[in-house]
Design a protein. Structure first.
Length: 186
């Protein structure tokens, strides 16, 4: 990747600013803290896209909370959703038995990834499973899904930044921007 001092060469427009993200993540963190008071939920961060959101969200939660990570992907190197969902845990697996799990995701698109992850957690004996997603593209939904905590609904455009990538690039942008279509059509 070339060093991009000029983000305008890849970003068509900024959709969500850094300040808007901070305010919303603080609000969702407070809501989760209220609704899970007296319990110790487990945040399950879906790698790789949600690492930045999960890290900020965790600091906005004021009750005891744990964090684990799994890798789940239905995308590979493309901007078009492909078939299966690949779910992997770290060495030693993932113990969610009797835990209140909050899945932390970067974006819900067709809903395929989270439908697969929810089933995986239910099969592993989680006590409850809720979804917290940074972004949602409701127009694109194929697998109906209840998303309890949602930061921003966005239109059907391909976005990058704040952890979201295109072909493993642009995750470090502190805002969410619409990627110029020529970047993924060339
Ligand atoms: P789903 O399984 O179709 O819901 O896809 C969810 C996954 O697709 C997310 O975790 C992202 O990795 C990826 N994705 C969907 N839309 C975008 C986008 O606009 N930018 C970057 N990644 C996206």
């Amino acid at each position: 990747m070339e060093e991009f001092k000029n983000v305008n060469s890849v970003i068509e427009r900024v959709l969500i600013t850094e300040d808007e993200i901070k305010a919303k993540v603080t609000e969702i963190g407070a809501k989760i803290s209220d609704e899970y008071r007296g319990r110790e939920p487990l945040m399950l961060c879906i790698l790789s896209g949600s690492f930045m959101f999960a890290s900020d969200l965790m600091r906005a939660i004021t009750i005891p909370v744990g964090i684990s990570f799994i890798y789940a992907s239905s995308y590979g190197d493309s901007s078009i959703s492909s078939g299966d969902v690949d779910i992997r845990t770290g060495k030693g697996g993932l113990d969610v038995r009797d835990r209140d799990v909050i899945i932390v995701e970067d974006i819900v698109d067709t809903g395929r990834t989270l439908t697969a992850v929810k089933k995986y957690l239910a099969d592993k004996g989680a006590k409850s499973v809720e979804i917290c997603s940074f972004l949602d593209k409701p127009e694109r939904r194929v697998f109906p899904l209840e998303v309890k905590y949602m930061c921003f609904d966005i239109p059907n455009e391909f976005v990058v930044g704040y952890g979201l990538d295109y072909a493993y690039k642009y995750r470090q942008l502190p805002f969410v921007g619409v990627l110029k279509p020529e970047i993924y059509t060339k």
